[in-house]
Design a protein around this ligand. Sequence first.
Ligand SMILES: O=C(O)C[C@H]1C=CC(=O)O1
Length: 96
Amino acid sequence: MLFHVKMTVNLPVDMNPERAAGLKAEEKALAQRLQQEGKWRHLWRIAGLYANYSVFDVDSVQELHDLLMQLPLYPYMTIEVNALCRHPSSIHEDDR
Ligand SMILES: O=C(O)C[C@H]1C=CC(=O)O1
């Protein structure tokens, strides 16, 4: 199941810089592991914003929920989710 996810990060302005750097490093490590595992298919920065557009490939809505909630930056994110399905004009046979 594919889901388009928009994540907007809002770190508190008074957050300790070392704490922020630690969270970002943990987030990066997990994001890269999930990409290697094929769960996090696309990760794009939205130009000009501390936000991203992502595509997740998961087995269930519950898996997506659990995965998003375990992100280190989750407490500081606003998240929007849209379910995706195959477009009849798509030439990508592996879309599902
Ligand atoms: O930077 C972001 O968009 C937030 C988050 C998503 C992946 C990652 O490494 O950090």
